[in-house]
Design a protein around this ligand. Structure first.
Ligand code: FA5
Length: 351
């Protein structure tokens, strides 16, 4: 009988039980099975206590104390593990409650295409349909490309510090560096790098030293157009630009060409459309003229062709430049250009 109980046997059972308790990571049921296996009515420790009854009193005392302390230690471990598992379970439940799948979904607000971008894309699309390609130029430009080669004289007021934002950088062989005041210098870049036939649009951002008001920004967008080939005539310009305004403002829109002046075109014109607000009757928007300006245009000045080394007797061309914000204002009847840059989602959602 004595063989049935020993210090090493108790120690071995202790270690065995301990490692089984430690190995449980999730299930409380598993822990319950361990409790029954070791401490239940027919459990392994219960059996050891049964053996105690059959050994001499002096040994009973020694093994009894040892068994009691081991059982107390293991029961504590078991309780600790049970607590640990239930804390883990509550934590998991809380984490799950963040993902409450029965709650109604949150409305996810997706962005919208900005009205300016819409108009920009529409404008580009019209010219792509007409077979134009797209060219881009830098926003930091040489003074020569922005002015001189475009036949803008040295004493022209546009060159003034009051109108142009010059950069505080060393002067280059092509003059001072500045933030381009229009997209027309891209005409020069295209003409210097390609031989006619040329049929390009050149969209981009431009900068002017302007005071902000309802129709003026100091940083806005233009789309330039340039067609150069043999035999290009004013009627080509009129045809292309009439097609353009009808595509943007509708087939019924009335338009007209007015004589104007740009140093880089001759003759120079401005194109107007019939006022969309008063339908030509005369109102505050059109300053009672019945028409509003949409773009500047003209036949490329022979001096510009000469400046880029093209024979002006052989080639002719037309060019135009429009303000994207102003077209968007007309199209959507917006009376203050600054609204485009306020980033008010209520305004953007209107389009
Ligand atoms: C020019 O910039 C010429 N380069 C256009 C051109 C190109 C003419 C090729 C002939 C041939 P203008 O300064 O008028 O022209 O500007 C063109 C357009 O830009 C205007 O019709 C207007 O729509 C827009 N614009 C001009 N200034 C501003 C401003 N401060 N804020 C917003 N839009 C402007």
């Amino acid at each position: 009988m004595k063989d049935k109980i020993s210090k090493s046997g108790i120690e071995q059972l202790r270690k065995e039980c301990l490692s089984e308790i430690e190995s449980v990571t999730t299930s409380q049921e598993e822990l319950e099975k361990i409790r029954i296996k070791y401490f239940g009515r027919k459990g392994k420790f219960k059996q050891m206590f049964e053996v105690l009854k059959e050994i001499p009193l002096n040994e009973k005392k020694i093994y009894g104390e040892l068994l009691n302390s081991v059982v107390a230690e293991l029961k504590l471990k078991l309780e600790g593990k049970l607590k640990e598992l239930s804390v883990k379970k509550v934590k998991e439940k809380n984490e799950l409650s963040i993902l409450e799948l029965t709650l109604p979904g949150m409305k996810f607000s997706i962005g919208r295409v900005h009205p300016l971008q819409k108009v920009y894309d529409e404008i580009i699309d019209v010219f792509l349909r007409l077979g134009f390609d797209i060219k881009y130029g830098p926003e930091i430009e040489f003074e020569d490309y922005n002015f001189t080669m475009l036949n803008i004289p040295y004493d022209h007021p546009a060159r003034d510090m009051q109108d142009t934002l010059y950069l505080d950088l060393p002067v280059t062989k092509n003059g001072k560096l500045l933030l381009r005041t229009h997209t027309s210098p891209v005409q020069i870049r295209v003409l210097l790098s390609e031989k006619p036939p040329i049929k390009s649009i050149m969209p981009g951002r431009v900068y002017r030293h302007e005071n902000l008001d309802a129709t003026h920004l100091f940083n806005f967008h233009q789309v330039e157009g340039l067609v150069v080939d043999k035999g290009i005539r004013l009627s080509d310009l009129k045809g292309v630009l009439t097609y353009f305004v009808k595509s943007i403002f509708g087939q019924d829109i009335k338009c007209r060409f007015r004589q104007s002046y740009f140093p880089f075109t001759e003759p120079s014109l401005e194109m107007d459309i019939c006022c969309l607000v008063c339908k030509g009757e005369g109102c505050g928007v059109c300053k009672n003229s019945g028409y509003v300006e949409v773009l500047g245009c003209g036949m490329v000045h022979p001096q510009v062709l000469y400046n880029v080394g093209l024979g002006y007797e052989e080639y002719t061309g037309f060019a135009f430049g429009l303000g994207v914000e102003r077209i968007a204002m007309l199209k959507y009847r917006i009376d203050d250009i600054r609204l485009f840059y306020e980033n008010d989602i209520r305004f953007i959602n209107m389009f």
